[in-house]
Ligand binder design. Structure first.
Ligand SMILES: Nc1ncnc2c1ncn2[C@@H]1O[C@H](COP(=O)(O)OP(=O)(O)OP(=O)(O)O)[C@@H](O)[C@H]1O
Ligand SMILES: [Mg+2]
Length: 359
């Protein structure tokens, strides 16, 4: 990690030497400015992590420097320690009123100086971390809004085309309706995933458990994806009989979305003319294991855990929409049911997503 940088603003070079001696054997980079203007000029070029500021200086004094720093949004968060020979309470109050975060009296004591610097640097780092998080969150919101717009544009474009047609009872019109419908479903899916993720994260998810017939559910999901898979000439295969009795207690809607996500990934990340297989198996402890197997690009081992985190998109693939929410949703839903999900390599190529759910 980079050593914290400290700017010392003092008109007395000897005072800089004293502070340098007091702070040596510390992991900091020290910089020196001989007056207030120089100090401000330094901040323009290289904002430090902390400023040690002499109060009594000719020209622009410490109070004015401090006010200038704290009035600038780019520098506001830089902690300022006022170093003062003044001991009158009004003078100390003046430093604080100018925005100083702390003050220290001359002659400066080594331990006190170090302890105050460290305490303010701790706060500064927390602040910097939060700023980074806010930045990430903002990017995320922009990304989500962007991703929600795409399917919505699809719905509107198809509806507008329909509006221009003389007769709605034609194959072309039905095609447009179908496309608008699948864009709307995609939009709904994304919104549902986001809402479910946020309710699981806030600990407020309430699973609406009923008896779920896994085979019937998977059969319905496969049926839904058949047309999409057909566009890539892919075949969806299920290795179970519809009479099998795989019944679990679970939340039908979220498990269905989970399977939707796995199927949608398998189709999206597999080449044309490939086969996607769904297996269901009863495990000894009464748990059920569902596998979605593809022969697509596969996932490098180093990313096999990571892709289950929010907004992790693994290997970037050109021309494929990668938002990175689907698997985070799957993992949260699997765990909310007391189950789990993982991915393995398929042989000779592709991935096996394996979902285990307790009975
Ligand atoms: N079957 C798969 N084959 C290869 N890579 C996959 C597969 N499933 C997921 N991945 C990788 O994992 C990443 C994360 O998947 P996830 O489903 O979370 O997000 P996504 O598909 O990118 O976007 P969405 O939020 O729309 O589902 C994908 O971007 C992809 O790189
Ligand atoms: Mg996905």
């Amino acid at each position: 990690m980079k050593a914290p940088s400290i700017l010392i603003v003092d008109d007395e070079p000897d005072n800089f030497d004293v502070i340098e001696t007091l702070l040596n054997e510390g992991d900091w980079d020290l910089y020196y400015a001989a007056n207030g203007r120089e100090g401000i000029a330094f901040l323009e070029i290289l904002p430090p992590d902390l400023v040690l500021l002499d109060v009594m200086m000719p020209g622009m004094d410490g109070i004015e420097v401090c006010q200038t720093i704290k009035a600038n949004v780019r520098w506001q968060a830089i902690p300022v320690i006022a170093i003062t020979a003044l001991t009158a309470k009004e003078d100390l109050a003046r430093c604080l009123a100018a925005g100083a975060d702390d003050f220290i009296s001359k002659p400066v004591n080594r331990y006190e100086l170090r302890a105050r610097i460290q305490s303010l640097l701790r706060i500064k780092y927390q602040y910097d971390r939060l700023q980074t998080l806010f930045g990430l969150r903002e990017d995320m919101v922009k990304m989500i809004v962007h991703d929600l717009r795409n399917p919505l544009t699809g719905v509107l474009a198809n509806l507008e085309l329909l509006d221009t047609m003389k007769s709605l009872n034609t194959d072309l019109a039905w095609g447009l309706i179908d496309r608008a419908h699948s864009s709307a479903q995609m939009l709904q899916g994304l919104i549902d995933d986001l809402l479910t993720i946020s309710s699981i994260e806030s600990g407020k998810i309430r699973l609406n458990r009923t008896e779920v017939d896994l085979c019937a559910l998977i059969h319905a999901v496969l049926g839904n994806f058949e047309a999409i898979a057909a566009q890539k000439n892919q075949v969806l295969v299920s290795h179970f009989s519809l009479d099998s009795e795989y019944k679990i207690s679970g939340d039908f809607t979220t498990i269905r979305r989970l399977l939707d996500n796995l199927l949608s990934n398998a189709i999206k990340f597999s080449p044309n003319n490939s086969e996607i297989v769904v297996n269901v198996e009863w495990l000894e402890a009464g748990n059920s294991k569902i596998q979605v197997i593809d022969s697509g690009a596969g996932i490098p081992e180093a990313l096999q855990q990571k892709i289950f985190e929010k907004y992790e998109v693994g290997t970037p693939m050109p021309d494929i929409s990668q938002i990175g929410l689907g698997l985070a949703f799957c993992k949260m839903v699997a765990e909310a049911h007391g189950g789990n999900i993982c991915v393995k390599n398929n042989q000779p190529r592709g991935s096996i997503f394996e979902l285990t759910l307790p009975a």
